[in-house]
Design a protein around this ligand. Sequence first.
Ligand code: FAD
Length: 403
Amino acid sequence: MADVLVIGAGLTGSLVALELAQRGAEVELLDPGQGDAATALSYGGVPWWAGASGPMNELMASAPAAWRQLEQRHGPLGWSPCSLRLHWSDADPEPAALAEPAAETDRAVGDPASAAGGSAVLEQTLAGVEALARRHLGADQVERLAPSPAFGGRRMLRLEYGRVDSCRLALTLPLALERAGVRRRRGRCGPLQAGALPARQVVLAAGAGCRALWPALPDRLRVSWAGVLRFEAGPLSREWLSGSASFGPNDILMPLLAQRQALEQRADQLQRPEWIVDAGLAPWGEGLLLGQSSLIRPGSCCGAPPEAPPLELELRQALGRIDPRLGQLAASFVQLPVSFCSSGPPLVGPVAGAPGLWLFAGLSGPFALAPALAVLLAEAISGERRALERLPGASTQPSSSWG
Ligand SMILES: Cc1cc2nc3c(=O)[nH]c(=O)nc-3n(C[C@H](O)[C@H](O)[C@H](O)COP(=O)(O)OP(=O)(O)OC[C@H]3O[C@@H](n4cnc5c(N)ncnc54)[C@H](O)[C@@H]3O)c2cc1C
């Protein structure tokens, strides 16, 4: 029997497995390997300067160094510095969520009546992002760009950023795990029972699958269904990325008024399913990932994937406002469940009432936070008391050390 069983081989499970193996533990990593990890279709953006509350601010700022160190130890994992382009237009409407596709067709996004209110929100958001970024970045790393015809006349803010190419990560992580001596096993774990865990130490790192394994997790651990257009490879990805004015082939594009985070923060108040679309793109191997839809249902269970056509249509329309070619791309719409916390810090630490059971889930900005949190979690599992005290915890109440 392995010293530690890690359940889930996405970003969180793989990174903690690597850290545990590095510390000499025998580690088994269990995952069905059916391609349903959110990690594999992520933009992989690392907003290291964006700040977080309490001690996580420091962990977030250390993300570029943490990824460089991981690559020194395990070989290339897809990390690179890049630029983030936040796009907007003065005519953008105020962000609003949409109801469940099948239930209602009212749409607030794009409604000209709400456009007037949108400009104040735009200005406020723009000033806030610039102020935040300037705390960490030099003057030449935060730049407002002139409107470009290549982006439908939209305006843009360019910011230094970092990213992990999730396509490359999916190819290189299995090799890194193998070299580190982590035993990988294909399979889906069933519900766990206190006192009868399948290993002395077990880490729940199954993303949206965590609650099915241990239902008594805090209510604030929630699931959203993310939808993204996956464009495998083709002339447009190279042509568009290199030919669009001042857009680098490694850059990420996101709306300034991205709506996903606001919807996640409202998750506990939802009376009915709500969804939003954010028009962006990120390079993904030789291809592109385009846009992101997010649908959240009331309650904490994951449920089935939502009906895809209305989400895909809305996403394509939003992309088409940037460049009509993007909206029409022969890309496949894929949906994946993603775990997040509706409030408080992420859930990382021992699970109350189940000795030997640990949770690693609900991270906001996981590509920035997971490398540092994986180190702390591995240290705590190895018995280091100081690391245990620095973890945010897996209980219902945010632990006081994480303010
Ligand atoms: C389109 C998109 C864009 C994103 N952009 C960003 C970004 O720019 N920056 C950022 O930080 N984050 C981003 N995210 C979010 C981020 O990708 C995810 O939050 C993160 O990858 C989740 O990692 P995870 O390890 O917790 O879960 P997952 O990657 O979902 O992995 C969980 C694994 O557990 C397995 N599993 C589930 N149940 C079981 C079981 N019972 N037994 C065994 N295995 C099980 C699953 O099969 C899966 O392989 C984005 C997500 C999407 C979809």
